[in-house]
Write a protein that binds this ligand. Structure first.
Ligand code: PMP
Length: 417
């Protein structure tokens, strides 16, 4: 049913009894994308016609991809693609049911064993996506009267998990241990407490202060959960993630990861003790009531784990590329925040300048992602760059030249840089 236009026949100051509001009025009124599109500044939903990891075609034009999370360049790896195709031939294109009921294949169980071993935990559980992993784990573990203490920069799906739980969320200033301690010290001693953080922060590329967090957790009797979406395959020996990077695997209770970055597919997982995983298998609603990860995805991740181990040069190359690009940006004088990983933000500041800079880079042939509020706090809009193992030195050197032009144009670096 359509509503009558607002205001028709309305006496001043009085609600019009003839106007029936529609739940869809807000959609009709939502004009932000139209305005950005009209100004040629709409950066989302670009169609990638070919390519994936380092070079893509958009609108018939080749572009250098600096906005993919495929850190190890595995989404196009021939062996991984073949294993996904084989799984489709063997099991079909979907499981037509949840893990709980008819959606568990031998490869799901095999993958869970391998993921638990990778991150050094007793057991692991695979979810259809990383997003569902966080919402499912947090909402089922944290109950009324219990607390979640989360970094201010935690990912959106951790936030949603907190909102779905019946616990109370407190947020501490980004990576600020004094503030975390202040929050912990206010909580009742006997109450359950979960500290949640990204391992590698998804927009700023900095690493959480895990030694500080685990030390405070031990002191205040809290458990620790690390979302390692951007740490698995990147940090730690053999890409085992942030906890392994710090040698603190035993001090972290729950390690979460996703397949949508280094691991070449889609899906997510949580790892912890056998008892915790058993509980989540019977309590985490996004696990129980959503279809299980597809055979192609699961087989692709199994193959990606093998390739990650056998082709260890990929992690080395990823870090060489990261250091090269980061040093280049630093020498040019860009503000890259506290980035220490392949995720490198160029801090621009205002929303509109950020979109204009994105447009400039797009015109020059570089695919990057602008990140504006609510993805980042107001005034902290940034161009998010992600490097992969597949980029060549020539590609990165060329990108630095383009960024030099853009940086001068938008006054982000000195004219002489
Ligand atoms: N956590 C973090 C830190 C992420 O960056 C993302 C994806 N952007 C997710 C969780 C969600 O993962 P998925 O894409 O597998 O749903």
């Amino acid at each position: 049913m359509t509503s009558k236009p607002h205001g028709s026949g309305m006496a001043l100051g009085q609600p019009d009894a003839n106007v029936r509001p529609s739940i869809l009025d807000k959609c009709t009124a939502f004009r932000i994308p139209d305005e950005l599109k009209a100004g040629g500044l709409y950066p989302y939903h670009r169609i990638i016609e070919t390519g994936q990891d380092t070079e893509v075609q958009v609108n018939g034009r080749k572009m250098l991809m600096l906005g993919s999370n495929s850190y190890l360049e595995l989404t196009t790896h021939p062996r991984i693609k073949e294993r996904a195709a084989e799984a489709v031939r063997q099991y079909g294109t979907g499981c037509a049911g949840s893990r709980f009921l008819n959606g568990t294949l031998p490869i799901h169980v095999e993958l869970e064993r391998k993921l638990a071993d990778l991150v050094g935990k007793e057991a692991a559980l695979v979810f259809p996506t990383g997003f569902q992993t966080n919402t499912g784990v947090i909402s089922s573990l944290v109950h009324k009267g219990e607390y979640i203490i989360g970094d201010k920069y935690i990912h959106a799906c951790i936030m949603d998990g907190c909102q779905l739980s019946h616990g109370q969320l407190l947020r501490y200033d980004h990576n600020n241990m004094a503030d975390l301690e202040e929050k912990l010290s206010r909580l009742p001693e006997g109450a359950g407490k979960l500290i949640v953080t990204d391992g590698v922060f998804s927009m700023e590329g900095d690493i959480c202060n895990l030694p500080g967090i685990t030390e405070l957790a031990a002191r205040y009797g809290a458990q620790v959960m690390v979302d390692d979406a951007h740490g698995i395959g990147v940090l730690g020996p053999q890409g085992r993630g942030t906890a392994a990077h710090f040698g603190l695997t035993d001090e972290v209770d729950l390690i979460m990861g996703t397949f949508s970055k280094s691991l070449a597919a889609i899906g997510g997982f949580i790892a912890g003790t056998e008892r915790t995983i058993n509980y989540l298998m019977h309590m985490a609603r996004p696990y129980m009531f959503s279809a299980s990860a597809s055979p192609a995805s699961v087989a692709a991740v199994l193959a990606a784990l093998e390739v990650m181990e056998e082709e260890s040069w990929r992690i080395e190359r990823l870090w060489e590329n990261t250091r090269f690009l980061k040093q280049g940006f630093d020498e040019l004088g860009f503000d890259t925040g506290d980035s220490e990983t392949p995720v490198i933000p160029i801090l621009v500041g205002e929303f509109e300048t950020c979109l204009k800079m994105w447009h400039f880079l797009q015109e020059e042939g570089i695919f990057v992602n602008p990140v504006v509020p609510p993805g980042v706090p107001p005034g902290r809009s940034l161009i998010r760059i992600s490097v992969t193992a597949g980029h060549t030195r020539e590609q990165l050197a060329w990108a630095l030249e383009v960024f030099r032009k853009a940086g001068r144009h938008f006054g982000l670096i000195e004219l002489g840089a």
